[in-house]
Design a binder for this molecule. Sequence first.
Ligand code: ADP
Ligand code: MG
Length: 240
Amino acid sequence: MSIALSIKQLVKTYDNGFQALKGVDLDVKEGDFFALLGPNGAGKSTTIGVICSLVTKSAGKVSVFGYDIDTQFAEAKKQIGIVPQEFNFSQFETVRTIVVNQAGYYGLKKSIAVERTEKYLKQLGLWDKRDTPARMLSGGMKRRLMIARALIHEPRLLILDEPTAGVDIELRRSMWDFLREINAKGTTIILTTHYLEEAESLCRNVAIIDRGQIVENTSVKALLKTLNKEVFIFDTREAL
Ligand code: ADP
Ligand code: MG
């Protein structure tokens, strides 16, 4: 089985001198459903930012399905679909336009773009909203819109940064079911979360990141066995 994501000795020092990542090592296997778990400020979004080249790293190596993100950027980019933590689409464009336009970045044919837009908007329960401007959507719908957009080029690796933060419990369940389904069909998934329960119900393997360092890297089962949840390093029980 091949390695979907390989991170070696990743360091990120922001311009103000703050070192957000202090030598992160991480391997995620193809087909895995992987959680990067950690408290606020641990370095999860910084790590994701580096993987999809939105954040410039200070040192280290990152490759996606064997493609180096520096020297084989175009190939690496094709392998990844990203659902960022913050909404980053135009609030004035329609749901359909936002998804179709994304296909342009990957050079997809118009007919394929249109067909896949319909497919993913239907799967994510947004087809009825296709002509609605994004600003009219609820938070959960906006999150699902970003998932549809991330899938348009059918990436082998889907990365979601805190996908269920602020999403109510019903919607969270249906989003989880959807993610399980596409993982079962072969898409490798990495999500970041600060909820242990989210990792527990979705993921097979988990790395815990704290203050820019990986402090644990194991299966979810093994983590739950060794962990006394009452003294867990951060409170994950809120909101679930
Ligand atoms: P997480 O996603 O785990 O909550 P982040 O990766 O967003 O954490 O942030 C990690 C640390 O880096 C935090 O202490 C945050 O304040 C800091 N940080 C994030 N972005 C910047 C930036 N642009 N400049 C300086 N520090 C930053
Ligand atoms: Mg974050």
